[in-house]
Design a protein around this ligand. Sequence first.
Ligand code: HEM
Ligand SMILES: *[C@@H]1O[C@H](CO)[C@@H](O)[C@H](O)[C@H]1NC(C)=O
Ligand SMILES: *[C@@H]1O[C@H](CO)[C@@H](O)[C@H](O)[C@H]1NC(C)=O
Ligand SMILES: *[C@@H]1O[C@H](CO)[C@@H](O)[C@H](O)[C@H]1NC(C)=O
Length: 316
Amino acid sequence: MAAIAAILSLLLISSLTPSSNALSNNYYDKTCPDAESAITDAVRKAIGSDKTVPAALLRMHFHDCFIRGCDGSVLLNSGNNNKAEKDGPPNLSLHAFYAIDNAKKAVEAMCPGVVSCADILALAARDAVTLSGGPTWDVPKGRLDGRVSKASETVQLPAPVFNLSQLQQSFSQRGLSMNDLVALSGGHTLGFSHCSSFQNRIHNFNKTVDVDPTISPSFVRSLRSVCPAHNIVKNAGTTMDPSSTTFDNTYFKLILQGKSLFSSDQALITSQSTQKLVTKFASSQEDFYEAFVKSMIKMSSINGGQEVRKDCRVVN
Ligand code: HEM
Ligand SMILES: *[C@@H]1O[C@H](CO)[C@@H](O)[C@H](O)[C@H]1NC(C)=O
Ligand SMILES: *[C@@H]1O[C@H](CO)[C@@H](O)[C@H](O)[C@H]1NC(C)=O
Ligand SMILES: *[C@@H]1O[C@H](CO)[C@@H](O)[C@H](O)[C@H]1NC(C)=O
């Protein structure tokens, strides 16, 4: 009896839970067969006039998935009484929303109301990686768009000052492992960081030392020249790695040299198992690519959403 009651209540709960679509690689094969190529074209066009677009799209997708699942919540604009995610504090460098708008326009012209903004962002993030010289993969599709986006929820994102146990907690809450953490952190092979994101390591590190002793001294000098303790030039910062528009495994080599930017990057070599992975990815780009693809598919399958938005910036 108890078992039957349990099963019944499980059924009830699952019928009340917002629809969690099963994703599939051929989700739009019948309803919008040219969606993917239209999205790729839009992403390619955006990159053609702005080399910072791939990093922006990859990070946007990560932020989307970590708050309310991959439901396009990061794309919504603030409204009358609501400050949206994109206007929350960790929004530094979130940009290129227009690239998603353009992809959505192209797709809507072919098959109105069919392809979700969350799927467009997941596909655009994949294209961003591939068009930067990284791996390619099939993106499972069928995500739905959410109706809620709150700036206050961006505190749920992992912070660059996090240590390994904090990172582990943040990832495991979303069903992601330590292997996923290391592989996905490789996204930091692309893009740019503002001084504020690594300031904690180069000035006033703690009560006894001014600088994080795990950073290489030459790297500290160059970071401090761009990011002085006071009077930082607006938007000052540095590229994630010297090949910041190429998706490669340089990021992992830099960690081993004490040249990673964030405490959260450096943290990846503070346990034996994660250090082993960092070393593996530093010595084999192929191994990194393989792991990254697996973990991206996992991250981008975190559920959320109820509708297919008509305009990625506003709920229907
Ligand atoms: C592990 C936890 C993570 C933390 C703490 C973190 C933190 C950050 C921070 C602080 C920035 C710089 C923001 C700025 O100063 O402008 C940044 C940039 C970036 N992050 Fe992460 N991140 C994490 C994971 C990820 C993941 C999983 C991805 C994608 C797979 C990713 C992709 C990026 C990209 C591409 C940029 C550059 C953005 C641009 O140039 O527009 N990050 N991240
Ligand atoms: C980031 O958020 C701040 C408020 O915290 C807002 O003033 C700013 O416009 C936002 N920036 C972007 C690029 O959305
Ligand atoms: C990580 O940071 C948290 C919060 O500051 C702290 O409680 C914890 O002891 C730290 N863990 C390690 C391994 O340093
Ligand atoms: C400051 O950091 C150094 C290097 O990590 C460490 O040895 C020292 O114990 C820390 N001091 C304090 C007061 O936390």
